[in-house]
Design a protein around this ligand. Structure first.
Ligand code: PMP
Length: 283
């Protein structure tokens, strides 16, 4: 039986009832967070917790027990017998239940807290393989730094990519490549790594941050600079990152083959170092 967390309680998932007046349902008025469990620990849970807290502050949701997230996350892993597996935890916090009106509930109501875990193992990089991505105008709002549950623009863009046979949609805003619909993107030009700087146009990915650290440790120069779409012709490698899939090589962007159509050496080195870091954390 799948056990989920709902407003302080551990319950069978199918017994959880969310009010039709929940502002998450009515307005997508909330944030979410996803962390990965690696057979014994959540990878960089401090950064996930910090991003969650920042998101709550930015959208002015007050959750006094916000520091309990890692604690009930662990408990969910245990109760679902996933301690020895790899798994993802999904957390959602909404502004709570109140009659529908745009202004915040007054008096304030308790936020709605919902979390579930599911077993998930990334496939890693299959030798010689990679994904194809599609470019599209960034139709999202101007606060992509908030991990908002309002993902309609991401969903429509990803679905279009999916229907056209691509694995991800990469956004372009004012001629600059920002990020994917569910990932950050990195490019390699002459051995130097490039990724969009932190700003309101990208989500500050926890994986992105760790890849920048890993690159530095490996002596790879990394520049947080946006890549203009028109410079795509000069890139040697590209990869996307997120919590679930970690590091995924990109071998084609629209009709452009990246490098020789195979994951490049810098991508492979970073992927290897990321995995070595996980193994080291397992001790
Ligand atoms: N950008 C977007 C739009 C995303 O949805 C995600 C995945 N949550 C990321 C970047 C990557 O973030 P992280 O590495 O923290 O999973």
């Amino acid at each position: 039986m799948e056990i989920a967390y709902f407003n302080g309680k551990f319950l069978p998932k199918d017994e959880i009832k969310i009010s039709p007046d929940d502002r998450g349902f009515l307005f997508a008025d909330g944030i979410y967070e996803v962390m990965k469990w690696y057979e014994g620990f959540f990878y960089d849970k401090e950064s996930h917790l910090a991003r969650m807290k920042r998101g709550l502050r930015e959208i002015r949701i007050n959750w006094p027990e916000e520091d309990t997230f890692p604690i009930f996350a662990n408990e969910l892993i245990n109760r679902n017998r996933l301690s020895d597996s790899q798994a993802l935890i999904y957390l959602q916090v909404t502004r709570g239940v109140a009659p529908r009106t745009h202004s915040f509930p007054d008096p304030e109501v308790n936020p709605t807290i919902y979390a579930f875990v599911k077993e998930f193992r990334s496939t890693g990089i299959v030798p010689g393989s990679g994904v194809k991505v599609m470019l599209k105008e960034d139709i999202r709002w101007s606060r992509c730094d908030i991990k908002s549950v309002a993902l309609l623009a991401n969903i429509l863009s990803f679905q279009e990519a999916h229907e056209k046979g691509f694995n991800e949609c990469i956004f372009v805003r004012n001629g600059m490549i920002t990020e994917g619909s569910r990932s950050n993107i990195f490019f390699v030009i002459d051995g130097t790594l490039y990724t969009h700087p932190e700003s309101e146009h990208i989500l500050s990915g926890v994986t992105r941050k760790n890849i920048l650290r890993i690159a530095k440790e490996a002596g790879i120069t990394a520049k947080e600079e946006p890549l203009p779409e028109k410079k795509l012709g000069i890139i040697h490698e590209a990869f996307i990152t997120n919590t679930s899939a970690e590091v995924t090589p990109v071998i084609a962007i629209n009709k452009l083959t990246v490098g020789n159509g195979m994951p490049g050496p810098v991508t492979m080195l970073i992927h290897k170092s990321f995995n070595a870091g996980i193994i080291a954390l397992k001790g």
